[in-house]
Design a protein around this ligand. Structure first.
Ligand code: PMP
Ligand code: GLU
Length: 399
């Protein structure tokens, strides 16, 4: 690191998901036969009606700067979608569209957190939550959930760690990396606890809402009136509509928070891409059939990987109810060796599996966990079968 760089960037952790994807890509470019399941993105193409809307947007002249919080028609379409899919009442003014849900989260955290404010992170959590909280000089406090409890925290666990400095809680449901889904009843209990702490805000990240195998609609924390003014609902088009490259996410929030995010974004990126926004209108208002078709495939893959992982001695996993990840426990291998490799932690394990097993997975430390590694099953059944076979062989070499 160059000594002239700011403390801010020097201390920032590189995104572990993106880093692993980058290394896998480099090794593949060198001719190595790596199967990369590190990055979480649908391997499906964006649905045709969304692509057509983008092409039309170019022809119709949607090529200029956009309003900072998004085109009115997109904010309106999102408000209608939130009512249709999530039973949430928001006006278009409460919605801010950004360059991906990642930016949406950064806008909120930078708008709410002062130096020293505490940010509670139910762990395992998505890698960027802690990095963004650090950027805002907040203090991340991890609240650990175990695999035995399906990686879910209880309201009592969260409440026990609250102090006068607690400002924000950030969680996702369905969860990246664990695939856990909080039920309506679990969120209701969380809402009842939070209502006693009106100065604590919650980012409820619902980006995997459609990739949910429970058979019930995805529950939203903001639907409980007693906490609606404390909740920032985050969502985006990357996962449910296979639109990762379009960079389109949004928040729905109390008006004063939406206005702050608008101001923040106005100084950093301005409104997001005009063409992507018009594609977003088509996604939010159009048929969900391609999404449902994709979820059928994800479910089949989940069942396949669950079966294959359970056939590998030493691996412990839960059955994820949503998203497209397995976050499995590899601690039974800690202390074991093969050749020059010694495995003492998930990072050693993901390095070993990449170099020796030729598979790209992400270490659990980046998600706030010391025992697990993450596998994204957004890949073909053929690839998934090969990965599990390579995983089994590589683990069997350790003694
Ligand atoms: N939240 C979670 C839980 C995610 O997994 C992702 C995926 N990168 C994001 C937010 C950000 O998504 P995007 O920036 O692509 O909208
Ligand atoms: N959300 C995805 C993941 O967790 C994309 C990569 C990222 O932005 O972290 O792999």
């Amino acid at each position: 690191m160059n000594q002239h760089l700011s403390d801010r960037i020097t201390h920032m952790q590189e995104s572990a998901t993106l880093k692993m994807a980058k290394i896998s890509r480099e090794l593949k470019a060198q001719g190595q036969d790596i199967i990369d399941l590190s990055i979480g993105e649908p391997d499906f193409d964006t649905p045709q009606h969304i692509k057509d809307a983008a092409k039309k947007a170019i022809d119709d002249g949607y090529t200029h700067y956009t309003p900072v919080p998004g085109y009115p028609e997109l904010r309106k379409a999102i408000a209608v979608k939130l009512k249709r899919d999530n039973n949430l009442d928001y006006t278009p003014e409460q919605i801010v569209v950004s360059t991906g849900a990642k930016q949406s989260i950064a806008n909120v955290v930078l708008s709410l957190i002062n130096a020293g404010d505490e940010v509670l992170l139910p762990a395992p959590y998505w890698v960027s939550y802690s990095a963004i909280a650090d950027l805002a000089e907040g203090k991340s406090i991890e609240v650990h959930a175990s695999i035995e409890n399906d990686f879910k925290v209880t309201p009592a666990q969260l409440e026990a760690l609250m102090t006068s400095k607690t400002k924000l809680i950030i969680f996702s449901s369905p969860c990246n990396p664990t695939g856990s889904v909080y039920s309506y009843e679990e969120l209701q209990a969380l809402a009842q606890m939070l209502a006693k702490h009106p100065n604590v805000y919650v980012i409820c990240d619902e980006i995997y809402e459609f990739i949910n195998y429970t058979g019930k609609p995805n529950a939203s924390l903001a639907q409980f009136p007693e906490v609606k003014d404390q909740v920032i609902t985050v969502n985006g088009f990357s996962k449910g509509f296979a639109m990762t490259g379009w960079r389109l996410g949004y928040i729905a929030a109390p008006l004063w928070i939406a206005q702050a995010c608008d101001k923040m974004q106005g100084q950093i990126t301005s409104g997001t891409c005009s063409i992507a926004q018009m594609a977003g209108v088509a996604a939010a208002t159009g048929t969900l059939q391609p999404t449902y078709d994709m979820v059928v495939q994800f479910r089949k893959r989940r069942d396949l990987v669950y079966k294959l992982l359970n056939e590998i001695p030493g691996i412990k996993t839960n059955l994820p109810e949503g998203a497209f990840y397995f976050f499995f426990d590899v601690s039974a291998f800690f202390g074991k060796k093969y050749g020059d490799y010694t495995i003492n932690c998930p990072e050693d394990m993901s390095g070993y599996l990449l170099r020796e097993g030729k598979i790209g997975l992400v270490n659990g430390e980046a998600f706030g966990d010391k025992n697990c590694i993450r596998l994204s099953y957004a890949a073909s059944e053929d690839k998934l079968t090969k990965v599990c076979s390579r995983l089994k062989d590589a683990l069997a070499k350790l003694s």
